[in-house]
Write a protein that binds this ligand. Structure first.
Ligand SMILES: [Zn+2]
Length: 514
């Protein structure tokens, strides 16, 4: 038998979604409380999950390549990552890569919208681009493949450093595993000399609300999904990606983007990227959604006789960078719907600590929520019964962290009259109903279910009799035309702040040429 040298492929991931409307800094604990592993632990803990590294592991196994695990963590979302946490995480990733040399290729799962505290001569705005530059300096000409979240802020620096960039195809992000597979698979083909990847890229001065970015409903995003798959079905485009971008980021050159990869056909890649960008622009009004005032939504919910009603507190979305600590909807429920049942999540480590000190069955008086960012609301004082105390650990049932464990930290299920409040110490990404399940009840049995995400609830609570997108305050508001992102807007017309203009649909100059 021929004994061919196995390709040595280093892989890992460092994901976090930043939000400049949140002043909260996120340290190393933010990552440790979320999916996190280093070295061979990545394989033992994440193989077989629905995460990106699992996709890479399976692609490398099929190809008979040697998998060299570096570091993988998804810290969720928040304000900026602290300088210390960034240096620790990126430092470990790069140190492990150097120690693994020589490597034939690298695959990294990144979010693409991470933000770091400004430090040294680094303004903190494009840490992924800086990381990829360093990876390039270490591995020389070895192919570098990257998968990004669909809400990545894709930068020219990333495009210059990487050979292959693919985005999630689905929202909710149910294809993280497949994204890891696709990126790794393309990299292996490039390494084998079967393709010469060329990336085309087109970005527009616009941001979009999240609700109609669902890829499985009758939405404008579904049409982008179809377009991308049609482009790929010809075989001329190896990968077509769309990036509707994290909107709450005041960084330069923010915008919605299309990105296509071809085999050695720059003009073809450029044309496909422009086509994707044009498709976003043509549907810009179809992406818009109306919000409902909290009081109005509660009244409309009370008027219904069937099922349960979802109140989407989209301004306090942990997955978009908020703390999940708003008690604004809880306060409104207490005022507007006395006697109605409800399930409400609130992140509040102090209140969780008070509940744990009091013990199960105790009656406590506690101020709940809105401790971290006062301008988004004040704590609400309640009398509560401690129903259950938890360590807050749970496993995601699906999505980009499916099969991975995360921790709400010290947590409690409190009864505030007829309202069930799940109080957590740590904010955690909402995929489905994992946090409620961890507390021990099914929120669908209550009249109102409060969620703190802009879109995943449409899938997780599809059987709700009504859903309302609330006009509530927070760093992830859906009222985008009112947010302050002056650096992102720059000196140019920018959708939806300006509505009467036509952007230039031009591909950006091609970056790396292998
Ligand atoms: Zn996303």
């Amino acid at each position: 038998m021929r004994q061919a040298a196995r390709a040595r492929i280093a892989f890992g991931g460092l994901l976090f979604e930043g939000n400049t409307l949140s002043p909260v800094r996120n340290g190393i604990a933010t990552f440790r409380n979320n999916p996190f592993a280093a070295g061979s632990e990545i394989i033992t803990r994440f193989a077989g999950t629905t995460t990106e590294p699992a996709g890479a592991i399976s692609a490398l196994e099929v190809a008979g390549a040697e998998a060299i695990p570096l570091l993988y963590t998804h810290g969720g979302a928040g304000g900026r990552v602290t300088e210390a946490a960034w240096k620790e995480l990126s430092g470990e990733m790069l140190a492990r890569l150097k120690a693994a040399l020589p490597v034939d290729g690298v695959y990294l799962a990144l979010h693409g919208a991470m933000l770091v505290e400004p430090h040294d001569d680094f303004n903190g705005d494009d840490p992924e681009g800086a990381l990829l530059d360093q990876v390039r300096a270490i591995v020389g000409d070895a192919p570098i493949a990257v998968s990004l979240d669909m809400h990545a802020h894709v930068t020219m620096r990333m495009l210059a450093a990487a050979d292959i960039i693919v985005g999630y195809q689905l929202y909710p992000h149910d294809d993280a595993h497949e994204s890891g597979q696709r990126a790794t698979g393309l990299m292996l083909r490039a390494l084998a000399g079967k393709i010469r990847p060329r990336m085309g890229f087109c970005k527009l001065p616009m941001i979009l609300q999240a609700q109609k970015q669902r890829t499985r409903g009758p939405t404008p995003m579904r049409e982008l999904y179809w377009l991308a798959r049609a482009l790929e079905s010809t075989g001329a485009v190896l990968s077509a990606s769309y990036f509707p971008v994290q909107p709450w980021m005041d960084v330069e050159d923010l915008g919605v983007a299309g990105l296509a990869i071809t085999d050695n056909d720059q003009a073809g890649a450029d044309a496909a990227a422009v086509q994707l960008a044009e498709a976003f622009w043509a549907r810009r009004e179809a992406f818009e959604v109306a919000t409902t005032s909290v009081a109005e939504a509660i009244r409309a919910g009370l008027a219904r006789s069937d099922g349960f009603v979802v109140l989407a507190d989209v301004g306090d979305c942990v997955g978009g960078g908020a703390r999940g600590d708003s008690a604004v909807v809880l306060r409104a429920l207490l005022a507007e719907a006395p006697g109605a049942t409800a399930a409400v999540p609130v992140v509040d480590p102090e209140a969780a600590g008070i509940a744990h000190a009091a013990g199960e069955g105790a009656e406590i008086t506690v101020a709940l929520g809105n401790r971290s960012v006062p301008e988004y609301g004040a704590p609400v004082e309640v009398r509560a019964t401690v129903r259950r105390l938890m360590d807050g650990d749970f496993t995601y049932a699906g999505g980009l962290m499916g099969g991975a464990r995360a921790s709400m930290g010290k947590s409690a299920w409190l009864s505030v009259g007829t309202i069930d409040v799940v109080v957590a110490s740590n904010p955690t990404y909402e995929y489905g109903d994992e946090q409620f399940r961890a507390a021990g009840f099914d929120p669908r049995t209550r009249r109102f279910v409060v969620v703190k995400n802009p879109m995943n609830f449409q899938q997780a609570f599809a059987e709700a009799s009504a859903m309302f997108i609330l006009d509530a305050p927070g760093p992830t508001t859906s009222a985008l035309a009112g947010i302050a992102i002056p650096r992102a807007r720059g000196n140019r017309p920018f959708w939806p702040f300006q509505r009467d203009f036509t952007p230039e649909f031009a591909a950006r100059p091609a970056a790396r040429r292998g």
